[in-house]
Design a protein around this ligand. Structure first.
Ligand code: F0G
Length: 369
């Protein structure tokens, strides 16, 4: 029998591959608008796992393969880190001293973390009362200056766009082109992992920057001969907040998925172009179906994402009959479930025995022994 201690040196020498991951700017330097003199501000974001999800594949059947790109494992817990490493590096290169963004939460967390790392001030405008607790906690801990407005994300974005025109602060929402440059690397990672682009890419849409960035990434990789296919881009929104699906601005967007509670997406035209040129589709999913997918991922797959991210899986399941047989599908899980603990505690199928006597008999009895 081989003892654990005998195995240890070998185990250690084979595991630290990821220690060498330099962050996505260094990993994909030749694909990004950086030069030798750009100061790289990184938390080693990127290289997130592409995880097969067999319970979802089985629901669809017909030999369809389904993966999730778990971008909630980035350093601040969402895909925004991919864009922020680029936006903040370029802001630092331009000697900017402060950045500003509007946010439903994740952008503010990422902006604050990267700006602080670069020695800059970070101002974040958030819709008061509609930012999940984990995200607010992050902005506070990373030392952002938080401005909570009595208005929604769309109003906050109008304000910060004007602020950046009039005052010496750099806008780091996804209208900043460097954000999308960084985010396109997720498409590269998917192709690098699969050896080919998937047939379908399912993604939640809010301001529609991410779908735009993925499409850019897949196209660039195809042009360079790194893949032969281009995916159909399938964008999903919550029914109460679906301006791209219904092709009109939503004045009072509402959904449990607060991350995508956006009524007037700033990247609308680019997202529509991605949909048309990829022969993709936009679809809405109800909060009920979002929560079903959210719970399914946790319960069946051990994957905890935030509600907005589950919209990609809810959308795939809604469109299941249209997935080509044998196709490979990737659903993007944009944010970590820990971002929104209130949603988790209020929406689960857990067995939770509260207020037990602290003794073995009680515990054993409750466990059914
Ligand atoms: N998923 C999550 C978890 C998000 O935080 C967002 C956007 C999206 C999806 C949609 O991405 O806007 O590129 O279409 N969150 C922004 C924020 C609006 O402020 O954190 P998109």
């Amino acid at each position: 029998m081989v003892s654990l201690s005998q195995n240890l040196p070998q185990a250690i020498s084979t595991t630290p591959v990821m220690q060498d991951w330099p962050g996505l700017i260094e990993a994909y330097r030749s694909w990004l608008p950086v030069s030798e003199t750009t100061p790289v501000v990184t938390l080693k974001e990127g290289a997130t796992p592409l995880i097969p999800v067999s319970s979802i594949a089985e629901q669809i059947g017909r030999g369809v393969k389904v993966y999730v790109k778990y971008d909630g494992l980035n350093p601040t817990g969402s895909f925004k880190d991919r864009g922020m490493t680029m936006a903040i590096s370029k802001a630092k290169e331009a000697n900017c001293e402060g950045v500003i963004c509007a946010s439903t939460g994740n952008t503010s967390a990422a902006a604050a973390a990267y700006a602080k790392r670069a020695g800059m001030r970070a101002f974040v405008l958030i819709p008061d009362g509609y930012v999940a607790q984990g995200k607010l906690a992050q902005a506070l801990v990373y030392g952002a200056e938080v401005l909570a407005i009595r208005g929604n994300f769309d109003r906050a974005l109008d304000i910060v766009q004007e602020m950046a025109l009039k005052y010496p602060v750099t806008l780091v929402n996804s209208v900043n082109p460097y954000r999308l440059q960084g985010q396109k690397t997720a498409a590269f990672e998917i192709v690098d992992a699969l050896g080919e682009a998937p047939e379908w890419l399912c993604i939640p849409m809010g301001n529609a920057g991410n779908i735009t960035a993925y499409w850019m990434g897949f196209q660039e990789y195809k042009q360079a001969g790194k893949c032969q296919l281009l995916p159909q881009m399938m964008g999903f929104q919550a029914s109460g907040s679906a301006p791209l699906v219904f092709n009109k601005t939503v004045n009072n967007p509402n959904t449990i998925a607060t991350a995508i509670r956006i009524g007037n997406p700033v990247n609308k035209e680019k997202a529509i172009a991605a949909k048309s040129s990829s022969n993709g589709a936009f679809l809405d999913v109800s909060d009920e179906k979002i929560l079903e997918a959210y719970k399914l991922l946790g319960r069946e797959e051990g994957i905890f994402c935030e509600p907005a991210s589950a919209a990609s899986v809810a959308g795939l399941l809604k469109r299941a009959s249209e997935v080509p047989s044998g196709a490979t599908v990737v659903c993007v899980l944009t944010g970590n479930g820990l971002k929104d603990p209130d949603c988790a505690i209020n929406n689960n199928d857990a067995i939770f025995h509260a207020d037990l006597n602290p003794d073995l008999t009680t515990v054993a009895h409750v466990m059914g022994f």
